[in-house]
Ligand binder design. Structure first.
Ligand SMILES: [Zn+2]
Ligand SMILES: [Zn+2]
Length: 904
């Protein structure tokens, strides 16, 4: 039996033997193609060839394409796991003829591979051909029908004809199209799942599980014109597709795709983790959970690897829903803690051989999944409770319906996608009031839109046809002569009149402008518009549709429509241009140093600094940061030309220009390149990006580049903030001032400031430690020692005489003296504490002895000079400091003598 991996490689090997180039699968996240949420067919990456806008240096290609189908029109998400053949991620084996061979070869080879190489019993196979369509004036594909019986051994009665729905392919409403031929297999009568349906006729294309389509051969031979007419295409192409999961299940003789070795290692890993068994039953909730998790794991692993990120809209939201659905089903298997990220390894073990990129980005995938699981986990349990009580209420009140309000709350507050709530409802035989849910959603969208636009004039002009502004000057000039053609205020677009200082919300519209309107991360320009009767200060520039609006206020005088004016952009723009080109160099350098896991996630270019967000599983090391800085500064030193060129999007993609995920691009795009000056040598440019921003002409203008911060924004996404030229000088000047102040304060030259401060910190640590140990040990120790000394004290009459060295701070020693005075009731105490080259003397005397003429102040006066100090105090308590600790014993001896003399 062939393993899945052998099926895949034998397919590619077979077509390699027929002169096909192996073209690696394109990423599941389409680059620069916003018409598509995810790659969903093998032909996606050859679309430009079929449209006639692109070419390749090979004419035959084959691969196994990574596909995701979820969200959008064909939303299969809800069915996945419930049945055994829907997947959100799947592979599509395909071979292509780009204007080379046609129907005969494709039919012959498909048959050869299925029956000779893979040994499928040919008596089980059926072929279908296009039956023609009168309305479109399309003839039946007699050519294909004849070829089937000529180049293969299939009998005529098993070549069946079907109409447009099954056997005609169109790329879109216009463009390439053509008839298809499909190969179906009869899996045997027992596999029919519609036996109980009296209307069911068990045959090909009747929608039961007995006959399934294996392989679709599309013959692209027509072009549909905008008027709907269909004309022959000059170059004819073949596009075929065969689902790998399905063909593997046929070849491995499994009833379900989940029983093939594409899934079993993943399912085994889940079993091991949760301690439950997969029993391959259709209706069993546990088994559904196994299938959902296995399927969704594959999808998320591939999508995140190819640059997808869970998020709040578009494909990001689809990925988030997929993850949440899997986590929800994890609860069915008793898995509470985040578990998905721990199952990435078996997916990569399964697929890493065929798709090496999985190995490179495993860490990123795990990081992103884990953080998503954690954030969802926090709200999931609370949401499940709310669902439970809503469901119980719905059962009790007999409506059997979860209210739209509850469903919306679950969505809005607890992140439950509607289909998740619907699914949970279905499990309890309940419905969800989708109409009310939709209403609440629409209202929320409206609120969001209003909030977003409240500070934008766009809200006021949506219904007004705005003029188009000629703004190509922005790439060349910083000033231009032009004409005021109107302005926008809260009442809409004004074609006639005068702006005065009273119009504080006006936005001027010019016929032509040199101002750059905010887009692609670069902030809008500021500057001024000078007219014959006044001056308008532009605070920022925006674009609404194709109209550039200059927002700001009149500084003085007035500005009227039809006046000739001079528009002047601030010098700030120069700084913006430097930062923008530096941003492109940064992306290049990051990929060079950190590998192509680095994908741009957003950027901000303003005069003061630049910011760049990118995917990376881990923080950059100090070495990586300085390596990136070094690479960029080298390119600045080399003084390399920066160029821009406008070209068809397909061509740009072919040249490998980098596009930003989620950005919309038209048919023509502007490419900004560094290195390589003409279109012909664009390939040599080391940096080439889709970009409408303004740039310096030469990297030398950037001056210098420095990263000042590298931080995390969210899981798997890092943010760099960097400076160039003037901004960098300002920054360094400020830093330099700080260093100068430090030098003054510490009386240390700048070169030694680091050592000096390090020493200070270390000393400080030591001292703190000493003080702390003084308190904890010295304190207790001091008191303990004092008690000991009292017990062994000499006596003169009734009086206890304690004269000794002791460790401890002044407070502790004082307390020790008080303690002795209290305990002994008659006592004279002299303590000396030595630390840090100094000696401290503390003396205490009880009142009865003072009456006898012994005073603490007198004792101190007597002995302090011995240790080189002076001091005094009251008769009861006195203290002194001295700077000759080596004389301490002498001082204490003298104290003893003095006391003995006084009392003796
Ligand atoms: Zn059937
Ligand atoms: Zn750019």
């Amino acid at each position: 039996m062939l393993s899945a991996s052998e099926v895949r490689s034998s397919f590619i090997k077979f077509f390699d033997g027929k002169g096909h180039a192996f073209v690696p699968s394109s990423p599941v996240i389409p680059v620069g193609d916003d018409t598509l949420l995810f790659a969903n067919a093998g032909m996606n990456q050859f679309k430009d060839v079929f449209l006639g806008t692109g070419t390749r240096d090979y004419k035959r290609a084959a691969n196994s394409q990574k596909c995701i189908r979820a969200g959008g029109k064909h939303n299969d998400l809800e069915d996945v796991g419930i049945d055994t053949y829907h997947h959100t991620f799947f592979e599509m084996l395909g071979n292509w003829s780009l204007g080379d061979y046609f129907k005969a070869e494709s039919i012959e080879w498909a048959w050869e591979l299925l029956t000779k190489v893979w040994g499928i019993d040919e008596s089980k196979l059926y072929a279908t051909v296009f039956a023609g369509d009168k309305k479109d004036g399309l003839k039946p594909d007699a050519e294909a029908a004849e070829l089937w019986t000529k180049v293969t051994s299939i009998p005529k009665e098993r070549v069946l004809s079907f109409g447009k729905k099954d056997n005609f392919w169109e790329m879109g409403n216009t463009g390439p199209c053509g008839p298809c031929s499909e190969i179906h297999i009869d899996l045997g009568q027992e596999r029919c799942d519609k036996k109980h349906d009296p209307d069911h006729k068990c045959e090909v294309n009747a929608g039961c599980a007995r006959y399934i389509e294996l392989w679709n051969l599309v013959f692209i031979q027509y072009n549909r014109l905008p008027d709907g007419k269909i004309v022959p295409l000059p170059a004819k192409h073949v596009d075929t597709g065969m689902g790998l999961e399905r063909v593997v299940s046929v070849l491995q003789n499994k009833e379900s795709n989940y029983d093939t070795d594409l899934f079993t290692p993943i399912i085994n890993a889940i079993e091991k983790m949760c301690g439950k068994k997969y029993t391959a039953k259709l209706e069993d909730e546990t088994d559904v959970a196994f299938r959902v998790i296995a399927d969704h794991l594959r999808t998320l692993t591939f999508a995140i690897t190819d640059g997808g990120m869970p998020g709040n809209e578009g494909r990001g939201y689809v990925l988030r829903r997929i993850l949440r659905r899997a986590v929800r089903f994890g609860r069915v298997l008793g898995m509470q803690a985040p578990f998905m990220h721990k199952l990435v390894a078996p997916v990569i073990d399964c697929m890493g051989n065929a798709f090496d990129e999985l190995n490179d980005r495993a860490e990123l995938v795990r990081t992103v999944m884990k953080s998503e699981e954690e954030s969802f986990g926090r709200t999931l349990d609370r949401g499940l409770e709310i669902f439970k009580s809503a469901a119980t209420a719905a059962e009790k009140d007999g409506t059997k319906t979860i209210s739209g309000k509850n469903a919306f709350e679950l969505y809005d507050t607890y992140g439950f996608p509607l289909d998740l709530t619907e699914l949970m409802a279905r499990e309890r035989s309940l419905k969800v009031d989708v109409d009310i849910f939709d209403e609440l959603m629409a209202a929320q969208r409206q609120r969001a839109r209003a909030a977003q636009k409240s500070d934008s004039l766009a809200a006021f002009v949506t219904d007004t046809a705005l003029p188009q502004t000629e703004d190509s000057h922005k790439y060349k000039n910083h000033s231009c002569l032009t004409k005021v053609i109107g302005w926008i205020d809260s009442k809409g677009f004004q074609k006639d009149g005068t702006i005065t200082e009273q119009n504080d919300d006006a936005a001027v519209v010019l016929q032509e402008t040199c101002f750059y309107a905010e887009s692609g991360g670069q902030v809008g320009d500021c500057g001024r518009i000078e007219g014959p009767a006044g001056r308008f200060i532009v605070e920022t520039t925006e674009k609404i549709a194709d109209c550039v609006i200059h927002r700001g206020k009149m500084e003085s005088g007035t500005l009227s429509t039809n006046e000739q004016v001079k528009a002047v952009v601030d010098n700030n723009r120069q700084a913006c241009m430097k930062n923008h080109t530096a941003t492109h160099l940064l992306q290049w350098a990051l990929q060079k140093v950190m590998g192509d896991t680095v994908k741009q996630q957003g950027s901000l270019v303003c005069p003061e600094y630049l910011r760049f967000d990118f995917t990376s599983p881990a923080a950059m090391t100090a070495e990586q940061i300085s390596e990136v800085e070094k690479l960029i500064n080298e390119k600045i030193d080399e003084a390399i030309e920066v160029n821009s060129i406008v070209m068809p999007i397909d061509k740009a993609k072919q040249l490998g220009a980098m596009a930003l995920f989620g950005e919309k691009y038209g048919e023509f795009v502007r490419i900004v390149s560094v290195g390589g000056n003409q279109e012909a040598s664009l390939e040599e440019a080391f940096s080439k990006e889709f970009c409408g921003g303004t740039h310096v002409d030469n990297t030398a203008s950037i001056g210098a580049f420095k990263i000042i911060k590298e931080e995390s924004v969210s899981a798997g996404i890092r943010r760099i903030t960097a400076l160039t030229a003037g901004g960098l000088i300002d920054y360094l000047t400020k830093r330099n001032d700080t260093v100068d102040q430090l030098c003054d304060l510490l009386k240390t030259p700048a070169e030694q400031i680091f050592e000096r401060v390090s020493k200070l910190i270390e000393d400080n640590k030591k001292l703190t430690k000493q003080i702390k140990s003084g308190i904890s040990q010295g304190g207790g120790g001091c008191m303990g020692k004092a008690k000991e000394l009292l017990e062994k004290a000499e006596k003169i009459g009734d009086a206890s005489i304690v004269v000794s060295k002791i460790d401890g701070g002044i407070e502790q020693v004082r307390q020790a003296i008080d303690m002795i005075k209290k305990k002994a009731s008659s006592a004279a105490v002299v303590f000396a504490s030595v630390s840090d080259g100094k000696v401290m003397l503390l003396v205490g005397v009880t009142d009865d002895l003072i009456k006898k003429g012994l005073k603490a102040g007198d004792i101190v006066k007597e002995i302090a000079p011995v240790v080189g100090g002076g001091g005094g105090g009251r008769p009861q308590m006195a203290q002194a400091g001295g700077k000759n600790p080596e004389k301490t014993d002498d001082a204490l001896a003298k104290a003893k003598e003095f006391i003995a003399a006084k009392l003796g």
